[in-house]
Design a binder for this molecule. Structure first.
Ligand code: HSE
Length: 397
């Protein structure tokens, strides 16, 4: 019998409880006969109508000092008190499973090292891509590869909003409210729409893929709040859609990483990823392209990835799975200004296009001119463009 505790009984925490109960028998089959039960749930709120109200505690010490608890599921989100609680559990020789990308992106290096020292595991499959398997594939199934590129639609809320804007001409606020109602959005919607959530996720993937800790602070990040209906309409004229993309490239051990809206031409694998769905396209040197697709947010999809980690931890009691990256001393981040792209431009005067003799014109509307440039470095582009409007990078097929 394996006893687990859940920290935080919100959307994901209640999903974890539900799946562990609902699928108890099949889970036990997958752990080789060990039954997993929830012994404690930590939450400051009261749940008097819960089927097992006796599980609830407001005191973390009840969990930390319970020798029967070998797996702690941290689904509180945020850094405080999740960091202290996770660290204390690992130091006490308990496995910690999390969906908390903010915590993994900030303190993952330290928490994985503590887990290793104590022969336990710090697992975080649900921190990126919700229910989609991506952390374990990068660490295990694709382990033979040098990972060269990752392009991910990593935020369900923004993908949901952009899909509604394209398909229904919905306005931004209405689509965001609906995403919040459906339980996709972060508590603070800024984290979704300004790209901060996707930033933490691509930083985690780039760290795993490169083996070097990519600090999310070094990832240039831009959200979707400045995208207009005209951008969406003229991208459509270009046979493309606009999506928020987390991108990482690894070249000779150096890493390029960015989060920004991108214009994705029809036919590209990511162009068809709609609603709350996430997708992550990985290029490995041996496998080539491999794509992971599924529900990137929501109660049961995210809980499904958390419970998979719980099962993995139950199968590896006192065996560290060696998931880690290192803090690199040298500067290994590629200057984003040196990276090349084509640019989808919304210019504020007709003359701007004259500065780009090879540009493809898309037309104009209400004093704005739309065109797509030839491929050039970001530094070259910005010098010529000189802030005369707005631009979105084009993702090549
Ligand atoms: N707010 C996140 C999203 C939740 O919309 O994708 C999953 O990390």
């Amino acid at each position: 019998m394996i006893k687990a505790a859940i920290l935080g009984y919100g959307v994901v925490g209640s999903g974890v409880y539900e799946i562990i109960h609902k699928n108890e028998k099949s889970i036990s089959r997958k752990t080789g006969g060990k039954t997993i039960t929830v012994k404690h749930i930590l939450d400051l709120r009261d749940f008097p109508d819960h089927e097992q109200p006796e599980l609830f505690t407001k005191n973390y010490e009840d969990i930390l000092h319970d020798p029967e608890v070998s797996i702690v599921v941290e689904v509180m989100g945020g850094l405080k008190p999740a960091y202290e609680y996770s660290k204390a559990a690992l130091l006490a020789g308990k496995n910690v499973i999390t969906s908390n990308k903010e915590l993994v992106a900030e303190h993952g290096t330290e928490l994985m090292a503590i887990a290793k020292e104590h022969d336990v595991n710090y697992l975080f499959e649900a921190s990126v891509g919700g229910g989609i398997p991506i952390i374990r594939p990068l660490n295990q199934c694709l382990a033979a590869n040098e990972i060269e590129e990752i392009y991910g639609i990593l935020n369900g809320t923004t993908n949901y909003i952009l899909t509604k804007m394209v398909a229904e001409g919905a306005d931004f606020d209405g689509a965001l409210s609906e995403a919040q109602r459906l339980g996709y959005a972060e508590r603070n919607p800024e984290a979704d729409v300004e790209g901060y959530d996707a930033c933490r996720k691509i930083a985690i993937l780039a760290s795993l893929a490169s083996g070097k800790y990519v600090n999310w602070r070094n990832v240039p990040t831009e959200g979707i709040t400045k995208i207009t209906r005209s951008d969406v309409a003229f991208a459509e004229k270009y046979h493309a859609v606009i999506k928020l993309v987390g991108a990482a490239k690894i070249v000779d051990g150096e890493v390029y990483c960015r989060v920004s809206p991108m214009v994705i031409p029809a036919g590209h694998q990511l162009s068809e990823v709609n609603d709350v769905f996430n997708a992550i396209l990985v290029k490995g040197d041996s496998i080539g392209d491999v794509m992971f697709y599924g529900r990137g947010a929501g109660k049961l999809p995210t809980a499904s990835a958390v419970v998979a980690d719980v099962i993995d931890a139950a199968k590896h009691i006192h065996i560290n799975k060696f998931i880690t990256w290192k803090e690199a001393k040298e500067d290994f981040m590629i200057d984003p200004e040196t990276v090349t792209s084509r640019y989808f431009v919304r210019a504020n005067s007709e003359g701007v296009m004259d500065s780009f003799p090879n540009a493809e014109s898309l037309g104009n509307e209400n004093g704005e001119w739309f065109f797509v440039t030839e491929e050039m470095t970001e530094a070259e582009f910005k010098k010529v463009f000189a802030d005369r409007g707005a631009f979105i990078r084009v993702l090549e097929a």
